[in-house]
Design a protein around this ligand. Sequence first.
Ligand SMILES: Cc1cc2nc3c(=O)[nH]c(=O)nc-3n(C[C@H](O)[C@H](O)[C@H](O)COP(=O)(O)OP(=O)(O)OC[C@H]3O[C@@H](n4cnc5c(N)ncnc54)[C@H](O)[C@@H]3O)c2cc1C
Ligand code: FES
Length: 282
Amino acid sequence: MNTVPSRYEKIARETFLPQIGKIVEIADMTAKDRFFRVELEKPLGHRPGQFVMVSILGLGEAPISISNGPTEDNFLEMVIRRIGRLTQAIHELKAGDQLGIRGPYGSGFNLNDFYNKDVLFVAGGLGLVPLRSLITPVVAESSRFGRVTLISGCRNPSEELYQDQLRAWTNAGIKVIRLVDSTENMPWDFDTGLVTDPVPTIEMDAEKTVAALCGPPVMYKFVIQALSARKLNFNQIFVDLERRMKCGVGKCGHCQINKIYCCQDGPVFRFSDLSGIPEALQ
Ligand SMILES: Cc1cc2nc3c(=O)[nH]c(=O)nc-3n(C[C@H](O)[C@H](O)[C@H](O)COP(=O)(O)OP(=O)(O)OC[C@H]3O[C@@H](n4cnc5c(N)ncnc54)[C@H](O)[C@@H]3O)c2cc1C
Ligand code: FES
């Protein structure tokens, strides 16, 4: 029997073999969302907005956004919502347990598109998780950007993620607008409403503003309408699209929308690049 791996086996191993990460910190963020900090064998070297494929060996694999900003260290931060078989199993892990990690994958955001601009972030629900990987370097280098505003919305106060982080960004000088659809009779010190509500009155110079949106697809349509009313062009708006993914590397076609592969061409797209692809926002 030939034991020398073929060229194709070698490529498959290099592409699909995960590195092993050790969970070093776990924290509950909401009843269904858990924060994980994972120590890796080697640094990811990621860009903001990229994702990893996270696996429990023998059980399955899922795309999960990288939530920490670009870093040279060996740590990966994620927030994982318990939704099905794999994410339930990940929630049962303890500090010291292992996860398989492949990636980073996807286009991500390019900070050069944001330098010297007013920056508007709009996050809905879990969308704050990938946006944090972009907001972190923007806050760290704030003198290189104009006015920075974050509108962060979720259904009710018990679903708000990264509350300490939102306070820290406010203290660091960025304008953070926290909203819930409804308080549902829970204590809440901020506004109620939709993430589109503050857009008409945000202080920004439309000509030199860039917006980054991340949330459920239904949110994009209305936020983009509100931004268009403020005279932002589609090439000034970036959206982070989520699609079902299997391979993460452009091989299986699960994430395909017309001619684009969300896993490789996205998940971050300049909105003007999606013109003629109405399915992208469905
Ligand atoms: C680029 C990208 C980044 C992501 N980042 C995160 C993240 O940071 N945190 C996080 O918690 N989740 C994230 N997800 C979603 C995550 O991948 C799924 O929740 C996960 O695959 C579910 O796996 P499961 O085996 O637990 O659930 P399954 O048993 O596969 O599914 C359970 C239920 O969830 C639905 N579902 C599964 N995947 C998706 C999906 N992608 N979109 C909508 N519904 C889905 C199924 O239809 C089913 O109803 C991301 C997805 C993508 C594509
Ligand atoms: S997930 Fe396989 S091609 Fe994109």
